[in-house]
Design a protein around this ligand. Structure first.
Ligand code: GDP
Ligand code: MN
Length: 377
C-alpha cells in the first residue's frame, strides 16, 4: 500500500523525524486564516508531482485561494487532486536523497543515499553514479554505527548525531511498519537542522495481518480523499476455500488455482479421476488445511487424497500441522499423498516424516501414487 505524503509524514513525526508543521485541505473545505509563506502540495500517489506543477509556493502576495483552486483543478498522470497539504515553507540549504528499501536479489534491506536529492534524483543518478551510495543492511545486525558514519562522510554531514537519529528512525519505520520502501526525497538541510520535505512510504500488503488496525485506518483515509466509500474487508478465512465436487475417486487439495488445475490435468494423464477439489486461496494456514481435508474427505467416493503445495506466502510447517491434525482427528484412514515445496519446506517435511505421512518432491510421482492407490481401493 502506497501512502500519501501526509500519511508518511505522520509516521515520520511519530518516530522523531523533523517535518514542517501544516494541515490538510480537502476539496470544498472552507480555508481561512492562512499565514504565508506556505508550500501547497497536492496529495497524489503518482510520482513527479513537483515537476508536473502539483506544488505551489504561496508567498502572501497573491490570493492563496486562487492557487488552491488551481491545484484542485489539476489532473496529474491521470490522478485528480483531491487534497492539498499546506506546509510552512522552509529555507533549504541542501537537498539529500535518503531511502531504505529491499535489495530483492540479495534479500536484504538496503540504505540508499544520494548527495543531491530533490526532483531530479533519477536523472542525476543516471548522470553521476558516484553521487549515490548503497549500504546493505544485515537484518539481524540492523544498521551499524560504522555504516552511518560512512554515509555521513559521503554526504559531508556536520550534525552527525541528528543525522544518525534520522537514519535509525527510518530503519525503525521500515521494520516496524513492514514497509517495502521508506523514502525521504529530499531530506533538506535547513538553517534550523534537517527536515523531511517529502515522504514516500510503501507498506507490504502481505503484512496486513500484523497491522490490521493501521491498514484499515490508512485505507479509510485514502478512500476518503479519493471520494470512495470505505468497505471493511469481510472475507473470512473459510471464505478463501473454493470447493469443486466432481465424480471420480481422488480428492485434491492445492494452495493455488493454477497448481490445482495443472494437477487435475496430470491426474487425468495418469488415468485417474478426481472426486473433488479444494483450492485454499493462496495465503493460508493450518486451520484452512484441516478444513479443506475434511471437506474433501467427507465425499464417500474419495479413495486417496493428493495434496499439492507450492509455498510462497503460506508456510509448509503450517500446512504439515493441519495435515497431522486431520490424521489424528479422522477415524477412516484414507491415504494421503503430499507434494510439498517452498517456504519452510524443511520443517514441513520433517513434521510429515515424524507423522509417517509420505511426502514427494516430484509431482509426477505423487500423482502416480495417488492414482494407483485410488484404483487399488
Ligand atoms: P515531489 O515533486 O513530489 O517529489 O515533491 P517534493 O515534496 O519532493 O518537492 C519538490 C521540490 O520542491 C523539493 O525538492 C524542493 O526543492 C521544493 N520544496 C518543497 N517544499 C519546499 C519548502 O518548504 N521550501 C523550499 N525552499 N523548497 C521546497
Ligand atoms: Mn520528492
Amino acid at each position: 500500500m502506497r501512502l500519501y505524503e501526509f500519511q508518511g509524514k505522520e509516521i515520520f513525526k511519530k518516530y522523531g523525524i523533523p517535518v514542517q508543521s501544516g494541515f490538510l485541505i480537502h476539496k470544498n473545505d472552507e480555508v481561512k486564516n492562512l499565514t504565508p509563506p506556505l508550500v501547497l502540495k497536492s496529495q497524489l500517489l503518482v510520482g513527479g508531482r513537483g515537476k508536473a506543477g502539483g506544488i505551489k509556493i504561496w508567498d502572501g502576495n497573491t490570493d492563496a485561494l486562487r492557487i488552491i483552486n488551481e491545484l484542485f483543478s489539476l489532473k496529474i498522470k491521470g490522478e485528480k487532486v483531491r487534497a492539498i497539504l499546506a506546509l510552512e515553507k522552509v529555507d533549504i540549504l541542501r537537498e539529500i536523497y535518503l531511502s531504505i528499501t529491499f535489495n530483492r536479489s540479495k534479500s536484504t534491506p538496503v540504505l540508499i543515499i544520494g548527495t543531491s536529492g530533490g526532483m531530479d534524483i533519477e536523472e542525476s543518478v543516471r548522470l553521476n553514479k558516484e553521487k549515490i551510495h548503497f549500504v546493505e543492511i544485515d537484518p539481524f545486525l540492523e544498521i551499524l554505527e560504522y555504516q552511518i558514519r560512512f554515509v555521513a562522510k559521503k554526504l559531508n554531514i556536520d550534525n552527525y548525531l541528528e543525522f544518525k537519529n534520522i537514519i535509525r528512525a527510518v530503519y525503525k519505520i521500515f521494520k516496524e511498519y513492514d514497509a517495502t520502501l521508506v523514502e525521504i526525497n529530499p531530506l533538506a538541510i535547513t538553517p534550523g537542522g534537517f527536515i523531511a520535505i517529502d515522504s514516500k512510504v510503501n507498506l507490504d500488503d502481505q503484512s496486513y495481518f500484523r497491522h490490521e488496525e493501521l491498514f484499515n485506518k490508512l485505507r479509510e483515509e485514502k478512500q476518503f480523499i479519493q471520494g470512495k466509500k470505505y468497505v471493511h474487508a469481510s472475507k473470512t478465512k473459510e471464505d478463501t476455500i473454493t470447493y469443486v465436487p466432481l465424480s471420480g475417486n481422488i480428492g485434491v487439495i492445492s494452495d493455488g488455482a493454477g497448481t490445482g488445475l495443472f494437477t487435475l490435468d496430470l491426474i487425468n494423464e495418469y488415468g485417474g479421476k478426481v472426486a473433488d477439489f479444494c483450492e485454499m486461496g493462496g495465503i493460508t494456514n493450518s486451520e484452512v488445511m484441516l478444513k479443506s481435508l475434511k471437506m474433501v474427505a467427507s465425499n464417500q467416493s474419495v479413495k486417496s487424497i493428493l495434496v499439492v503445495l507450492i509455498g510462497g506466502f503460506n508456510r509448509m510447517d503450517d500446512m504439515a500441522e493441519g495435515i497431522i491434525k486431520f490424521k489424528k482427528e479422522l477415524k477412516n484412514d484414507v491415504p494421503i499423498f503430499i507434494r510439498m515445496c517452498g517456504t519452510k519446506e524443511e520443517i514441513g517435511k520433517e513434521l510429515m516424516k515424524k507423522a509417517n505421512i509420505p511426502v514427494y518432491d516430484n509431482l509426477n510421482v505423487a500423482v502416480e501414487k495417488a492414482v494407483k492407490k485410488a484404483m487399488e481401493n
